[in-house]
Design a protein around this ligand. Structure first.
Ligand SMILES: [Cu+2]
Length: 313
């Protein structure tokens, strides 16, 4: 159903969450347009009708007009009450997650989105969901304020350190939609993009099955998967190209200059410390923007990452 202001909105791909927002959006725009046209016409009409016609044309003294004043107070009041009621019921709907919703955990951190599924599957910056089923995304932040926004579904919520928040939606068609971070969170905030990938339900089950095993392989292979799942490559390249952090290429046994003027030779303990407490030793020429991984990675995982880093030459 085409409406006048449709061009201002992206496609609605989750009617259960988007319809109320869209309806209200159109209502406000259409009512505003009606008033704009009405007021403009009245303005022009009065300007012509009451134009000063002769030297002794005089404005009559009008103190007030009850009918007119009540009308222009009551009509806007009614409209505002409609807008409030509509907005409030839409908000309640966004807060009331259907009971059979499928739950996915999301973690936002500088500058990635990490998703965890019930069977241990993990993805970085890709949210896989089945179509035609309500999805609840439970979100947390590892560092600063972020905000999770999927325009196609009209859902947006702040992601706050130390607190869980959630959104829900139900995608009705397969395909992809963009996820934005809409809370300024540092240098690469504008690159903090992810996408929702909507599958047919049976394809989603297959996908889940295939990825459910978690991280497997030799220590080096596991380290490689961890580095890619944890989003280390947002800030560290593996081919020597410059990024926000030092490249991993040739990192092993490299001599590193620190901001305090001292030098270190990169070994196991230095890498371990750099991952757990990045602020302790900051590499010269870089800023201390890496979030501490203390409590996020186990000792075994760190060992595997170290084994992998040794191989990047
Ligand atoms: Cu962010």
């Amino acid at each position: 159903m085409g409406r006048l202001f449709d061009f201002m909105l992206p496609d609605n791909k989750s009617p259960l969450t988007a319809d109320s927002t869209d309806g209200l959006f159109h209502f406000i725009n259409e009512v505003s347009l009606i008033f704009l046209v009405g007021i403009t016409i009245a303005l022009i009409y009065f300007a012509i009708k009451y134009k000063r016609k002769s030297e002794d044309d005089k404005t009559p003294v009008i103190t007030h007009n009850n009918t007119l004043e009540i009308t222009w107070s009551v009509i806007p009041l009614l409209i505002v009450m409609v807008v409030f009621g509509w907005g409030y019921s839409g908000w309640l709907n966004l807060k009331a997650v259907p009971n059979d919703a499928y739950e996915i955990q999301a973690t936002g951190y500088k500058w990635n989105w990490n998703f965890n599924y019930e069977n241990g599957a993990q993805t970085l910056n890709e949210l896989h969901v089945p179509k035609g089923r309500p999805i609840k995304v439970v979100m947390q932040s590892r560092d600063v304020l972020h905000s999770f926004f999927i325009p196609d579904y009209r859902v947006k919520h702040d992601v706050v350190p130390g607190r869980y928040t959630y959104v829900w939606f139900q995608a009705e068609e397969t395909g992809e939609s963009v996820i934005f971070c809409t809370e300024y969170c540092g240098t690469s905030h504008s690159d903090m993009l992810a996408k929702v990938i909507v599958h047919e339900p049976n394809e989603f089950e297959q996908w889940l099955e295939l990825n459910g095993g978690g991280i497997q392989g030799t220590p080096v292979e596991q380290g490689e998967q961890l580095v890619s799942l944890q989003g280390c490559q947002t800030c560290h390249s593996i081919d020597g190209s410059p990024k926000i952090g030092p490249t991993f290429k040739g990192i092993w046994e490299r001599e590193q200059q620190l901001t305090d003027g001292s030098t270190v030779v990169v070994d196991e303990n230095y890498i371990r410390e750099s991952i757990l407490y990045p602020g302790n030793k900051v590499v010269a020429g870089y800023q201390n923007v890496m979030s501490p991984y203390e409590g996020r990675l186990s000792d075994d995982e760190i060992t595997n990452i170290i084994e992998y880093l040794k191989t990047i030459n």
